[in-house]
Structures are given as C-alpha cells and as structure tokens.
Design a protein around this ligand. Sequence first.
Ligand code: ADP
Ligand code: MG
Length: 253
Amino acid sequence: MTILQAVNLDKHFGGVAAVTDLSFSVTEGEIYSVIGPNGAGKTTLFNMLCGYYVPSGGSITFAGKDLAGMETHQIAAQGISRTFQNLQVFYNMTVLENVMVGCHMRTRTGLIKAALRLPSVIREERQVREWSLEALTLCGLEHLADREAGSLPYGELKRLEIARALASDPKFLAMDEPAAGLNDTETVEMRQLIQRLKERGITILLVEHNMGLVMQISDRVLVLGFGCLLAEGTPQEVQNNPAVIKAYLGEDV
Ligand SMILES: Nc1ncnc2c1ncn2[C@@H]1O[C@H](COP(=O)(O)OP(=O)(O)O)[C@@H](O)[C@H]1O
Ligand SMILES: [Mg+2]
C-alpha cells in the first residue's frame, strides 16, 4: 500500500530548477532511499516532504491526505518525523531529556495544567519518560540515559537524534544522511538500527551518500540527477542502470 505519493513535484529558486516534475511513491513499511550527485535536489526534496519548503508545483499526499499548505508541526502530527543532517541536540541536557523533548507531539498537557501539577500531568510525565526510555533502548542508548548529551561521541549523538525522532511515535521517518561522518563500526550500528526501525513497521525515507549502506538496506532507490528522476528500482536495478552510471561517472558507458 502506498503511504506517501509525490506527483509532478516542482521546486525552483528564482531561475534555478532544483526539482523538476518528480513523481514517485513510497510503499508502507519499506526503506526507500534517495541518492544523486551533489546539487541533484535531494535536500530540496527532503525539505518539501517535511514542510520546510512549499513546492512550486505538484502535490504530496501522505496516507491519503494532501500535505499542501501544512506547517511543519501539522505534518509531524500526521506521523512524519525527521532527523537533521546537522545535529539538533541540546548538549547541556541529559540524553533522556533530549528524547523527552521529542514526545510533546504525543501529549496534550497545556501550560496551566502543567503548572498546577494535576495528577493527569504527573501520569503523563511518567508516560513520556517510559516512551523516551523505549526509544533509547531501540537505539541502544538506554545505559546512557542520565549522561549529559554533550559527552557522547558523534556516532551516539546521531542515534540520539533518531531516538528523539522516534519519541513522537512516527509512522514515517525521513533521515537526512544518518551515516555522514560515521566511522565503519558506527556505520554498521546505524545500519542495524535502521533495519530494526523497519522491523518495527516504520516506513523509512533515506537520503544518504554512503552507497554501500544504501545498497545494503534499501528496498527501492530513487536516483536524482539535476532535479529529475534518473532511475528508480531495487538497488541492483539502479546500480546497473546506464543513466545512473553516467551521472556518477560523468561519461557514457
Ligand atoms: N534555498 C536555496 N536557494 C537557492 N538555490 C537553492 C536553494 N536550495 C537549493 N538550491 C539549488 O538547488 C539545487 C539542488 O540543491 P540541493 O537540493 O541542495 O541538492 P543536493 O541535496 O542533492 O546536493 C542546487 O543547484 C542548489 O544550488
Ligand atoms: Mg544536500
């Protein structure tokens, strides 16, 4: 079943066409990756899916709902969560607190109720703590819950960012280069984590430069070149596609 569908998507910045007439659909439960050379339009596409950019044309529907005109928080409320390429971690908060921040989507407490410390608020806080610990466990970070986030090495910070994105209990997780800057061991841990998320039933959209990782874990891959769809298919199909080889090597084969 299709969970996300983009139809004839366009995005231009002044005279620059960053994404042109792009159509694709993501099936529920799959790992769908977007690759392409620098400047191909990957980040622009990512930002349109998350509501950071308004498309110049075309439409995006998620679970049958048109995302056009929705603010980022409204898109998040549909069950779409994202991680950032540049870490958005609160370094002087604990690991657990960082994840608890991500839970606010799932709670309904207003400021006044929180200030009065009603029993419902205390219950809710306990629930938030539980959800957050669960997300940390999934990301292999539960033993670090009380550590200051700033003391974690980079690989664990990248997983913390994912734990926070998971705390809102998303159906769909969009990840911008989760393996960027990771060493080989950390990349393997990241791959295993992404696979666990898939096993949990979360649909994953992955924008990633690490070709090895993309080819190992993706169900399908979309290849962008100059904002247009160059190819789409299984990792094996796109790897053998002449247009893709040409885009990467810059020559006819
Ligand atoms: N905010 C922006 N303003 C102007 N041009 C942009 C903006 N964002 C991206 N572009 C241009 O759009 C094209 C695609 O960029 P981008 O989506 O960042 O590619 P990628 O992430 O694949 O490297 C590039 O030519 C880039 O210079
Ligand atoms: Mg980019």
